[in-house]
Every structure is written in structure tokens, then in C-alpha cells.
Write a protein that binds this ligand. Sequence first.
Ligand SMILES: [Fe+2]
Length: 239
Amino acid sequence: MGFNPLRLFSKNKSSIDFHGATDWHSHILPGVDDGVSDLDTSLKILARYEELGFSRVWLTPHIMEDIPNRPEDLRKRFEELQTAYNGPIELQLAAENMLDELFVERLADRELLPIGDKGDSLLVETSYFTPPANLFGIIDSVFSAGYFPVLAHAERYVYMDQSHYDRLHKRGVRMQLNLLSLSGNYGKTVTEKALRLLEQGYYDRVGSDLHRFAQLPTLSSLTLPKKHHEKIIPLLSGV
Ligand SMILES: [Fe+2]
């Protein structure tokens, strides 16, 4: 076997090679939610993403009752960022949709920012602690409207046990893994859940869920055992 730079860190763990990767979840669009607040920081983060080798980044600002962003306003902000950014990374705009009453209204009005090349998916989340009153009903309405729901950071929902994930997976809900969940960033329980869902093959894409520049060192220095690394590699590419 030849020299493999991925094995530099230790015998059993390797760092992730982000060359050609897509980040499916980020809060890098400036000044629109609890993520990055100013354009300079967004550009600084994208410059670091270039060094890491990312080829595409989905900007997924929150839309929820507490942060009722409108797609048309987000599109304008996105155009400003695109004008200011001259690098090679392909930027795409979508949203992270909280499954609340506002979402139900926006879904009915088709006032949405879908994710994915086909524009046929919606990145969705719930509260970490409590499901919406009619979680599976809302999920069904997403399918009825012609979209695949992609559950953001599926591992982070405290109220979800294995039966929830089995039911969601069976229903056709796609799931996104936060890479920082594997670093222990959100605690041991979340890491264990993430590894279990990864081993079960329930994830179909990964994202950083990056909110600030200070999270970048954790992302870039993330190392994984071989068996988990192999499962992550296909999820880093575009879907
Ligand atoms: Fe997020």
C-alpha cells in the first residue's frame, strides 16, 4: 500500500478529505439568523473552505416563527454574497425549515427554498426537545406537496428514539448528519446516536451546520476510525 496522507494523525483514525465535498447545511449567509453576522466573516469562512477543498456549499438560513425570513429577502442577501465572493466554490441557497405553523403556511403557499439539484427536497428541523404536535402528519404533507423531507442533524433530537428513526426512514425521510456531532461537540449521547444512525445507513448527506468561524478548527481537525470514515465518504459528495 502506498503512502496515505489521511493516516497521518494516528494508526487507526484519519482526518476527512473535503476535496470535492458539498456542505449540505450551513449558516454562512450573513446577517439573517443566528449564524454569521457580517459579510467579511462569511468571506473569511469561504476562503478557509477553499483551503479545505470544498466544491459546493448550501447556505441554509433558518426559517421559523422566531426567525420568519422570507425567501425573496434571502435571495437578495444571497445575491449580495455571490457578488462579493469571487472564489471557486459553488454557492447554493436553500433554507432550514422549522416544522411549525409558519412552515405549514409557507408550504401551502409554496413560498419555499428547496435544497438539492432537482429542487425536490426541503431541509427540515424540529425543536431538539419536543416534536410538533403532528410530526408525522406534517411529514406526510411535505410528501404530498411533492418534496422529500431531509431531517437536519437527525442525531440531535433528544426526544427521538430508534423507533422514530425507523419510522421516518421507512416513510422515505432523508437524514443529514452534522459532522460536528462526531467530534463530541454536542455531547456523548449525540455522538453515539450519530454513529448508530451512520452504521444503520440512515444518512444520505452531511453538513457542518457552521454558525461561526470559531467552529472551523473542530471541523477541519475531525478524525474518524476507518469503519466510520468509509461510510462518510459517499455522503460528502453531491446528491
Ligand atoms: Fe442549522
